[in-house]
Design a protein around this ligand. Structure first.
Ligand code: PBG
Length: 342
């Protein structure tokens, strides 16, 4: 054979690493942590092996575990002591995220990002205030056997006020970055305005900019107790069928001042990550979500996949598609592997 081009030349040991285009770095990973105000013991999350809900008293210890692996940033999720129709515990000064954030920022060097959303805090599990008020149905308890008009959805503009309060309360508690995940129109502008007004103009916003209405969030909703009690989130999260819409949606967040643009989930939406990389100069984040984590663990448990290998390959693929930052439940495990030279 007279082959001029033999790509295998560069796949030989010694040179393969030199020509490698993408690599993983613990400095690009963000580890989600779950702080639970309703417990004084750590509770393992069955569908997310290796992850636990930890009590507020253990929030610093939990973050220290993350830091020991070389990962420097955490995303804090909270399970509140009580829920109501508005999700008022989400902006309480002594709320679970506020309390944990105060302790973590006082006692560790972790970079603390807080999830600003309402679904863990509302008794109906939706990401904001329902239209009940508008439709004259306010005031009933959504938690027990409540039968709702399935067309009832989240009141966008009322929710913006809540999101602004949440963001300011997180910043007051010391959060380094705020990450709104509710997919309300105008949420970045509302939060930016609130933060700036209160003197937190230095606090960046990482917007869950293209967040899809995905079935891959299942394990998280168990972990954070945030499943909607009726209906679904298709009235506010994006339709998995749409890519062009993602560009429109993300452009709005960029115009409103989002500092980091996130795509969520990650692996089933790498086309979106890659398109964002081409269209925007912002740092791009991707959220390798609970379902992406759970399915690899489940297959590995059966002996069908090599967990360490598929975890690395997943994160590498997310970076190759164009993500600068990755939120992932594999953060600690992969950082440990990298430190051990694997
Ligand atoms: C909403 C929120 C969700 C996740 C992160 N923030 C759940 C949802 O939108 O239903 C999902 C994360 C995951 O699945 O890992 N506060």
């Amino acid at each position: 054979m007279n082959l001029t081009h033999r790509p295998r030349r560069l796949r030989q040991d010694g040179v393969r690493g030199l020509v490698s285009e993408t690599s993983l770095d613990p400095a690009d990973l963000i580890a989600p942590v779950f702080i639970d105000a309703t417990t004084d013991e750590r509770i393992p999350i069955a569908s997310m092996p290796g992850h636990e809900r930890v009590p507020i008293d253990e929030s610093v210890a939990r973050v220290e575990e993350v830091l020991e692996t070389g990962v420097e940033a955490v995303m804090v999720f909270g399970i509140p002591i009580a829920k109501d129709a508005q999700g008022t515990r989400a902006w309480a000064e002594d709320g679970v995220v506020q309390e944990a954030t105060r302790r973590i920022t006082a006692e560790t060097d972790a970079y603390v990002i807080t999830d600003a959303c309402l679904c863990e805090y509302t008794d109906h599990g939706h990401c904001g205030t329902l239209e009940d008020e508008l439709r004259g149905e306010a005031g009933h308890d959504h938690s027990e056997g409540c039968v709702h008009d399935p067309t009832m959805t989240v009141d966008n503009d009322a929710t913006l006020e809540s999101l602004e309060r949440i963001a300011v309360s997180h910043a007051e508690a010391g959060a380094d970055m705020i990450a709104p995940s509710g997919m309300m129109d105008g949420m970045v502008a509302a939060i930016r305005e609130g933060l700036d007004r209160e003197g937190y103009e230095h606090v960046p916003i990482m917007s869950y900019a293209a967040k899809y209405e995905s079935a891959f969030y299942g394990p998280f909703r168990d972990a954070a107790d945030g499943a909607p009690s009726f209906g679904d989130r298709r009235h506010y999260q994006m339709d998995p069928a749409n890519a062009r819409e993602a560009m429109r949606e993300v452009r709005l967040d960029a115009e409103q001042g989002a500092d980091v643009l996130m795509v969520k989930p990650a692996l089933p939406y790498l086309d979106i990550v890659s398109e964002l990389r081409r269209e925007f100069d912002h740092p791009i984040a991707a959220y390798n979500v609970s379902g992406e984590y759970a399915m690899l663990h489940a297959a590995a448990e059966k002996g069908w996949l090599d967990l360490e290998a598929v975890a690395h390959e997943s994160l590498l693929s997310i970076k190759r598609a164009g993500a600068d930052l990755i939120l992932t439940y594999f953060a600690e495990a992969v950082a440990e592997d990298l430190a051990a030279g694997r």
